[in-house]
Ligand binder design. Structure first.
Ligand SMILES: [Zn+2]
Length: 195
């Protein structure tokens, strides 16, 4: 009897797996993981770095990609990898990658998903800066950095044209700009490692 309670019978372990662990794992992992295999999520990838749900928009996507990668490489630092971007023209596509209320999302160095409202140069630059942060500081390293640095840097160095951002982003951008005043690029990344 005592032993029985120490080691749950297989059925209850199976039930726990099915009803507790699997749904939690799916919710947390499956949608972001779709960035790894975007064609499984219903988008097509005409190039090795650009995927999209509406192939007719490939010209616009390629123009944004060329501008964004060149801008970020010159302003923030060279990419060690060619960043992958999934351009969603529809809300259904954005939902399939779990964007929710977000306009766009970046998953480490794996890739960026641009939602239908984010087809603007400064949105893509912002997300590409997040990919560069993950490349320079590590995906886990970025999670450990203060938000004012991670988000403030993305808003400031993407040349986001909005003079006033919603809270807390406005404060993050101001704090980053104050910290970054006078920093040159290699020094910025060196100092960031100590934050
Ligand atoms: Zn951001």
């Amino acid at each position: 009897m005592y032993r029985h309670f120490l080691k749950p019978p297989p059925l209850s372990r199976l039930a726990m797996l099915l009803f507790v662990i699997v749904p939690v794992a799916s919710w947390v992992l499956v949608k972001p993981v779709r960035v790894l295999a975007p064609t499984l999520a219903g988008v097509t990838c005409p190039t090795s770095v650009i995927c999209l749900d509406d192939v007719a928009q490939l010209g616009a996507a390629a123009d944004l990609y060329a501008e964004g990668t060149a801008f970020v490489a010159a302003r923030v630092g060279a990419f060690g990898h060619a960043p992958r971007v999934i351009f969603c023209a529809s809300e259904a596509c954005a939902a399939s990658f779990g964007l929710g209320e977000r306009s766009a999302v970046t998953v480490g160095t794996i890739g960026t998903v641009i939602g239908p409202r984010a087809w603007k140069p400064y949105y893509l630059r912002h997300e590409l800066i997040h990919q560069l942060q993950a490349e320079n500081l590590g995906t886990i390293g970025v999670l450990l950095k203060p938000s004012w640095f991670v988000e403030g840097m993305a808003y400031a160095l993407s040349d986001d044209p909005r003079a006033v951002l919603a809270a807390p982003w406005q404060g993050y951008r101001a704090q980053f700009n104050a910290w970054n005043a006078g920093n040159s690029l290699p020094r910025l990344w060196a100092l960031a490692k100590d934050l």
